[in-house]
Design a protein around this ligand. Structure first.
Ligand SMILES: O=C(O)C(=O)C[C@]1(C(=O)O)C=C[C@@H](O)C=C1
Length: 394
């Protein structure tokens, strides 16, 4: 079982592309998707299959899927495509076309359309396998004109679990639902004919980042294993950047921000919580990792703060950087550092194990710590110390 609770699907090879094993694949319509897709699909116009498929193939040597309009298109599909697409109208209403498509001994994508039940869909897939298809992939598109919001992710998930076949989902021309498709456990995104490079890139990002979180992978080669690591690193980068932003917000909200306000008890607790989700690494291995992450966030916060302060000081009629940074501090900016130390701040590293209730306490909106006036002065002094000390801590 994967981390999404699905049994693994039997991978189907479409040209060079394995669908159902490894990462979620992105398929785009040809010829609009020039870049970024793992494979393309084409529905040639009636009577134009040979010409249009030849043209699509001449500009693309990756996996190409074709949807024949009639049995007469079969030779062109065999000549140029790596797989066949059977829409619901074909497998439910055009048996001769379905038979001709399966007889090509290519992988077949069986699409669920409007008004077709899960049972009918899975039965059609099984029939395609019996009639010669070299692997069957299911594709859920909901059947609404233009696809998109009609896609039934529950049906896609059930189809995968019941059949053991890879399942694609067609979220339309845009990538708004791409993350949801990946999170639902689909093996691929089938983008609409109008999806351009931007939609393909957004779908790729969802596949990479969301896939790293929800999709179990068991790569068997060095290249595949490194590619899987690259996806996890991509997700880590997104999360680290987001974490650094939030840590910067905390520094502005704390009575004493930056290294001076370091709260080692909070750090110990967050490492312990992470270890519950990462038991193989455990607290001992996670602690140095998180120490580095936290220090990177504090450095960034201090440097950002110092840069804002320099801009403020050199500006012609600059506004108070504390106001623009959202610190909400009031009072004079010249409050002394001795006041800061009185809050439990002071030297960065020594301050780490300091009074955590003081350092970690959220600022009260009314500024009532030790009386409104004194509280304001103390906060002001702490913010100044945070800015002044910034880049010196390394
Ligand atoms: O929670 C805080 O007090 C923070 O300043 C945030 C944070 C963190 O990055 O998670 C940073 C420094 C502290 O020592 C503890 C935690």
């Amino acid at each position: 079982m994967s981390s999404t609770g699905r049994p693994g699907a039997q991978a189907v090879q479409i040209g060079s592309l394995a669908v159902g094993a490894g990462p979620v694949v992105v398929l785009g319509g040809a010829p609009a998707c020039r870049q970024g897709a793992d494979g393309r699909w084409l529905r040639p116009r009636a009577g134009r299959a040979a010409e249009e498929l030849a043209a699509a193939r001449s500009g693309w040597d990756g996996p190409l899927l074709a949807e024949p309009a009639s049995p007469g298109d079969a030779p062109a599909v065999a000549a140029h495509a790596d797989g066949v697409v059977l829409a619901a109208s074909a497998w439910s209403g055009a048996p001769a076309l379905a038979r001709a498509a399966c007889a090509l001994a290519l992988p077949v994508v069986v699409t669920r359309g409007a008004g077709t039940s899960l049972d009918e869909w899975l039965t059609a897939a099984a029939r395609c396998a019996d009639e010669g298809a070299r692997g069957v992939v299911l594709c859920e598109d909901g059947g609404a004109p233009g696809g998109g919001l009609a896609v039934d992710l529950g049906a896609a998930r059930a189809a995968r679990a019941l059949s053991g076949r890879p399942v694609l989902a067609a979220p339309g021309d845009g990538a708004e639902l791409a993350a949801a498709v990946v999170a639902a456990g689909a093996d691929g995104l089938w983008l609409g004919a109008e999806a351009g490079e931007e939609a393909v890139a957004a779908a790729r990002e969802a596949v990479t980042v969301v896939g790293a979180l929800v999709r179990d992978e068991h790569p068997a080669t060095l290249t595949a294993a490194r590619e899987a690591i690259d996806r996890v690193d991509a997700a880590l980068a997104v999360l680290l950047e987001r974490r650094a932003g939030l840590a910067g917000t905390v520094q502005r909200l704390k009575p004493v921000g930056g290294f001076a306000g370091r709260d080692m008890e909070r750090e110990r607790r967050l490492v312990a919580a992470m270890a519950r989700r990462a038991p193989l690494l455990g607290e001992e291995r996670l602690a140095p990792v998180m120490n580095a992450v936290i220090e990177a966030g504090l450095h960034l916060a201090e440097q950002t703060r110092a840069a804002a302060r320099r801009a403020h000081e050199s500006g012609p009629r600059a506004t108070d950087p504390d106001e623009t940074q959202g610190t909400g501090s009031v009072g004079t900016r010249k409050a002394g550092r001795d006041d800061t130390r009185a809050t439990g701040g002071g030297d960065t590293r020594e301050a780490g194990g300091g009074d955590t209730r003081e350092n970690g306490a959220e600022r009260s909106p009314g500024g009532t710590e030790g009386g409104p006036h004194q509280g304001d002065l103390r906060r002001r002094a702490a913010v100044d110390a945070f800015a002044a000390d910034g880049p010196d801590h390394d």
